[in-house]
Design a protein around this ligand. Structure first.
Ligand code: ATP
Length: 269
């Protein structure tokens, strides 16, 4: 059975303001993707070449996907998401065809962003990859990226937790030539993320956001989101008609959260 689901053009609704922290990443993406689309004349006049592709790398759950979606929303362009592993197919030639098809659709929907999540699955360094079943896929990906002319309005955004295994050919100028680290949230960013979550759920007044940010040191944004979910369920378990999520449940959930990001993992980036 084909592992490749159909790739659809999406219209994301994520805004920059839905992402806590990551000020620098947002700013860089505005400069290099949003501005060239909204002010192409200025870029031509001042002689700045917009990037073809951007690599977002960093630990899991820290808003790489969210960022790619916000970039599409804020730039007012179409969005297509493809997971690297989904493009791999055991039938010879199928994966290559799928890669070409993704770019064909993106060109037809331009201006657009193709988001390749888990790009490492497709683009592992050729030397390190035993017999290289990915070889053909990587080659098609590189060909397609080179074929995307500057003005065709297709921007490739790729994400990975394993930047170290990527084939360097992918990172050459004209390919993924802007490389941005999307790291775990610091104290202020964690406060921001809680604030963003709380704007979408009823919480007890005077919820100690500072305490929560303090307790969640080392957590990803995804883990903060799951703390909020867990706390909401605890509140419902206590009282099915609960008017809001109780502070105590948020604190309890924050204390028992399991962290996926380890210091060793961070030190590798
Ligand atoms: P992975 O590497 O596992 O694919 P990712 O870096 O792409 O993860 P996302 O999928 O963007 O992470 O984030 C997962 C969820 O975590 C988001 O849908 C959101 O609910 C929450 N989240 C993560 N980071 C943030 C953030 N900075 N602000 C708000 N929410 C966040």
């Amino acid at each position: 059975p084909s592992a490749m689901r159909e790739v659809f053009i999406e219209t994301p609704t994520v805004r920059w303001s839905d992402i806590g922290g990551q000020t620098e990443v947002k700013q860089k993406l505005k400069e290099c993707v949003e501005w060239p689309l909204t002010n192409p004349e200025t870029f031509t006049r001042l002689g700045v070449a917009p990037p073809r592709g951007v690599l977002l790398y960093g630990p899991p759950g820290c808003s790489k996907t969210l960022t790619a979606k916000a970039l599409a929303t804020e730039s007012g362009i179409n969005f297509m998401a493809v997971k690297g592993p989904e493009l791999l197919n055991k039938f010879v030639g199928e994966s290559e065809r799928a890669v070409r098809e993704v770019f064909r659709k993106a060109r037809a929907a331009s201006p657009s962003i193709i988001f390749f999540d888990e790009i490492d699955a497709l683009a592992t360094s050729r030397g390190s990859d035993h017999d290289g079943p990915n070889q053909g896929v990587l080659t098609s990906l590189l060909n397609e990226m080179d074929g995307v002319e500057e003005l065709s309005g297709v921007i490739v955004v790729a994400a990975t937790n394993r930047p170290d295994v990527l084939d360097s050919a992918l990172l050459r100028p004209g390919r993924l030539d802007r490389i941005l680290y999307v790291g775990p949230p610091d104290f202020d960013a964690r406060k921001d993320i809680f604030r963003i979550r709380f704007s979408k759920m009823a919480v007890e007044p005077d919820t100690g956001i500072e305490d929560l940010a303090f307790l969640t040191a080392g957590c990803s944004g995804a883990e903060i989101a799951s703390i909020c979910q867990d706390a909401a369920l605890m509140s419902m378990n206590e009282d099915l008609s609960a008017p809001y999520v109780r502070k105590q449940h948020l604190l309890d959930a924050a204390k028992s959260v399991r962290r996926r990001i380890t210091p060793t993992m961070i030190s590798q980036f």
